[in-house]
Each structure stands twice: as structure tokens, then as C-alpha cells.
Design a protein around this ligand. Sequence first.
Ligand SMILES: Nc1ncnc2c1ncn2[C@@H]1O[C@H](COP(=O)(O)OP(=O)(O)O)[C@@H](O)[C@H]1O
Ligand SMILES: [Mg+2]
Length: 262
Amino acid sequence: MPDAHANGTRLVSVCGKGGTGKTAITAMMARALVDSGRAGKLLVIDADPALGQLCALGVKPTRTMGQIREDIIRTAQAGNKDAKTELVHKLDYMVFEALNELEHFTLLAMGRTETLGCYCPVNSLLRGAIEKLSESFDTILVDGEAGLEQINRQVVRRLDTLIIVSDPTSRGMETAAAIKDMVEREKIIECRQLGLVFNRVIGNEALLEAAAATLGLQLFGLIPHDQEIAAFDLVGRPITELPAGAPGQAAVRRIVERCILG
Ligand SMILES: Nc1ncnc2c1ncn2[C@@H]1O[C@H](COP(=O)(O)OP(=O)(O)O)[C@@H](O)[C@H]1O
Ligand SMILES: [Mg+2]
């Protein structure tokens, strides 16, 4: 991705163990960013192959970058030179097709990578196309996969803010520690600020603050367990429709104000 500071695009990614609430939090963050009126043009990238973000945002299934990649590989394997040349010209348009223009922001679904093996030229073509696309947005919010796949696959290579989500369990915190380690030691991604968010919190706030300090992670905030979030998810109602004052949404709004817009 282009340097976040060079072109003014603000890049934010949410990662953490599966089931900790990344998708719900990303959706609530999108809502908070839109409501603030200060995020500019917003692109939400669903980097989870299961496409949970579509449901959280109430968006119909769509063409994904994974499908576009398949098309490219198929054409390349067919070996027709003209088709290949045409493909390169059509790439920007193909990526454009995977964009969902919603009322207040745009959604891009990465989807599943079906053809395994090394297709480095294809991957770098796609990355280039996403890089180019990202320049026309002011804020990009990535709903990550369970682990650090999206960082490994380098959907994003530079970040302003990496938000690690953990539930209040030792396993969630172990994953958080592993992510921190990977970012700081292996330097797989350049990251301006890194912080922890505990989700589904029911009491024990002081213990969680101490745990974040032990992990050496800045605590971006605590999001309470909110029955309404689970209830919306249960019936497939978009998380973005939660009342603005709902406890989970209010906590996310504070995190967005302080860590992204602040
Ligand atoms: N703060 C919360 N309070 C209650 N339920 C939550 C909260 N955050 C997430 N959930 C629920 O937890 C489950 C997993 O959340 P999800 O966002 O899909 O996790 P992930 O994307 O990390 O796998 C969902 O059923 C969701 O509704
Ligand atoms: Mg998810």
C-alpha cells in the first residue's frame, strides 16, 4: 500500500484470535467513522475469506478479489497472448467491479484464494491495483482474518494503526502477544501505532489493564459484552443499525475518537 503519510490515506487494520469480535468491531468502527463526519472517503476491506463483514454491514454477496484472481490465472493459463494483454488493461476495471458503493462508504471483499501455488505475478498485479485504488480513499479499514494472514499476504504493508482484539481470556491474550511479537520482531509490517482492545468485557477492568501492561501493549479501550450485538448477529441484522447509544457502539466510538481521529 502507498505510504499512509505521503498521500494522506489513513490505514487501520483489526486483527486477533477468531471469534474475539473483529468483524463486529470493524462494523461498529465504520459506523463511528461515518458518524464523525471526519473520516473522508471510507473504504472497508473484508479480508476474511468467510466474508463476515458483508453480513455485519448488511451487504449482499458480491464479486470478490479472489474470483478476479481466478479469472486472471485462468486467462494466463490459457496462454492466449492477446487475452493476456487485454487482461492487464482490464485489471483496474475488474477491481472496480468488486467494489460495493454503499450509501456512506465503499466495501471491497477479498474472498477466498482458491487456486493454490505461487502466482506471484498475479498477486503483485492485484496488490498494485489495490494500491492504486486506495489512493482515492481517505480512510481504509481492514477487517482481518483470524491470524495475521492479511498481513502475510500483504493486503496492507504499512499501517497507521493496528488494533489487536482479544477476549478476556488467556488464549486471546496469547494470540495478542504473538501478533505483537510478529509485528515488532519480524518487522513484517510497518506500523505507526499498535494497541490492544478487550472485547466482551464483563468486569475485571483493573485486571485487564494490568494484563495489557504485562503484554507491553497500549490499551486502546474496553468494549463491554453487549447482548444486543449478539442478538443482531443471531438474526443477521446489520451491526451498523445498532442504536448509537448502545454500550458496545459507544465504547467503539471512544476508541475511534482517541486512536484513529485523535
Ligand atoms: N461486545 C460484544 N458483546 C456481545 N457479543 C459480541 C460482542 N462482540 C462480538 N460479539 C459476538 O461474538 C461473535 C463473534 O464475533 P465476530 O465479530 O464474528 O468475531 P471475529 O470476526 O473475530 O471472528 C458474534 O456472534 C458476535 O455477535
Ligand atoms: Mg470475522
